[in-house]
Design a protein around this ligand. Sequence first.
Ligand SMILES: [Zn+2]
Length: 277
Amino acid sequence: MYLDTRPGRDDKLNEDYVAAAVNSTSARAVLLDGAGGPSELPTGCNHGTPWYVNQLGDHLMFNIRNPSTPLTTALALALDAVAESHGVWCDLNNPGTPSSTVVMVRRINDLLEYLVLGDSTFVADANGEIIVISDKRIDAVGADLYRAMAALPTGTPEHQAARVAFVENQRRMRNKRVGGYPIASNDPAAAYEALTGSFPCDEVRRVALLSDGATRFIEFGLGSFADALDLLGSETPERLFDRVREAEASDPIGERWPRAKRQDDIAAAYLAQLVPL
Ligand SMILES: [Zn+2]
């Protein structure tokens, strides 16, 4: 098992979260990628996105210990609990209230279950096939605003202004039934919109949970999902992180790989021991 996360910037707290636990009868892992957004935009929250993902992640790790709690229910309960923890001074109806992607995986006995909400990724090497599950519904929201941002050099005031407009629109469309996308935030019902499924454990050799900072490895053409699994299972798993950072550094203004942030937070979890003992 390997897990790690690295912040995208030295002057900002990491908004990714990753945790895993493995014992003789079960394995579970949770990866979150919080949507922080530009500091120009208000959030109505006194805690901040790093607090939010830490709270949500810890609740999820606890909730999914119970094999009789479905992953969707575990997420809905965690969303409720974290909403409660904000307290009365935070305005959860603010469109910028903290939100996060969620990837969860759980092995109970001989079944491996997963849940994906938002554009983080679950990868399984099952029966020799690489299965990739990511919830890209967010990509359909504000695609025109994204293109306007991507056309501008990262790091310039013009790019930043376009990014603010893009994020503002994304925030407005969170958990909207029409034209929106489900995400972990202030609405527990979003949990039931997640992509879920399961595999018999003996078919699965290894799995990975990746934030979109980590899937830049594939997006930038540095390798395939299978290569990413190989690297994460190798003697030097941190090379996945290094290679993404090297690529980002080689393209500081986003000419080759247009993107919202020069460097993003990266998180990855890799589990290979999935067959019950
Ligand atoms: Zn708060």
